[in-house]
Design a protein around this ligand. Sequence first.
Ligand code: DX5
Ligand code: ZN
Length: 217
Amino acid sequence: MKRILIAPSILSADFSALGNEISRLESAGADILHLDIMDGHYVPNLSFGQPMIKAVRGISGLPLDAHLMVTNPADYITDLAEIGVQWISFHPETDFHVHRLVHTIKQYGIKAGLVLNPATPINVIKPILSDLDYVLLMSVNPGFSGQSFIPSTIAKIRELRGIIDQNGYQALIQIDGGITDQNAADVINAGVDIIVSASYIFNSADYGVAIKGLRHV
Ligand code: DX5
Ligand code: ZN
C-alpha cells in the first residue's frame, strides 16, 4: 500500500507558540508543512506572508508547501524560492498565463501544483496535467480552516485519479479542507496521496495520534 503523506496546515496552530507547535508536528510524524497564504482579496481572510515563512524555514527541516490564495501569485514566487519552499500551488483563475507560471515555479526546482475549488471542474487543468507535480483538490471553499468537508469531492478525487492513472501522469493528488479521522479513509480509498489538515490536528491533544488517525495505520 502506498504511504499517505500528511501535511498539517499551520493555519490553526497557536501562532504565539509557533516554534513549539512545529516541533510537536515534527515529533508527531508530519511529512510536509502546508502554508496557507491568504491576501484578503482572493479570499476574505489574511493569514501570513514571507517573514513568517522565513521564520518557519529557519526552525524546521520539513518540506514547506505554499498554498497561494492570492490574486497575484506570480509576484510571490521569487521570494518563496529564495526562502526555500519546496512546493507551491496556486489557483488557475488567479493568473492569465497558467502554463507559464507553472513552468516558472518548476524552473526554480520547486514542485508546482494547481488548485481546484469545489466548483472548478477538472477540465480546467487537463491541458497541463502532464506538467504538474500535484493537484490540490479543495474539499471546502478556500479562506478558513474549520469548515465541513464537501461530500461531492469524493467523486472528483476518483475522476482525477482515473485520468492520472490512465495517462501515466506523475501528479500527486492533495486534498485540503475538513479532513478528519472520520473521512480520511474515504479520501484515501478514492485515490489521494497527500492529506492536508488544520483544525482536526490542532484540536487534538496528541498530534501523533491525530496524524496516525489520518493515515489509517
Ligand atoms: C483553507 C485552507 C486549508 C485549511 C484547512 O482555505 O486551504 O488548508 O487550513 O483547514 P481544515 O483542515 O480545518 O479544514
Ligand atoms: Zn490550504
